[in-house]
Design a protein around this ligand. Sequence first.
Ligand SMILES: [Zn+2]
Length: 110
Amino acid sequence: MSIWTLVDGDTMTTIRTTCQGCGDVELSTHDIALELTGTGDAGSYRFSCPSCSSVQIRPATRRVVGILLATGVNYEITLAASLITESEIEGFVADLDDDDWFSRLVASEG
Ligand SMILES: [Zn+2]
C-alpha cells in the first residue's frame, strides 16, 4: 500500500499517501477521515489533497486501518459493507501477505 507515516518529534505525525493527480502528498492526522464498515477490519479512508483540493477515497486494508488508528485519525463506522466492490476485495486479498506484523500485534494483545 502506498501509505506510511513519519513521526516528527513527539507532537506531529505526517501521513504520506498518493493523490491521483499530484503524486505523493503529506497530510496530518486531521486531514484524514477513516471509515470502517463494522463487518471486518478493513474500510476506506478519505482526504482532501493539499495541492489540488480534490477529495480522494481509498480502500484501507487491515494494515492501513491499524496504521491510521495508531496515528489518531478520526474514524466513523458505517454499515455499508455491500458497497465494497469485487476489485477492492481482490486488493485486500493481495495485501494480506503484508499483514503478518499486524496480526502478531493483535494476537499479542490477547
Ligand atoms: Zn492532488
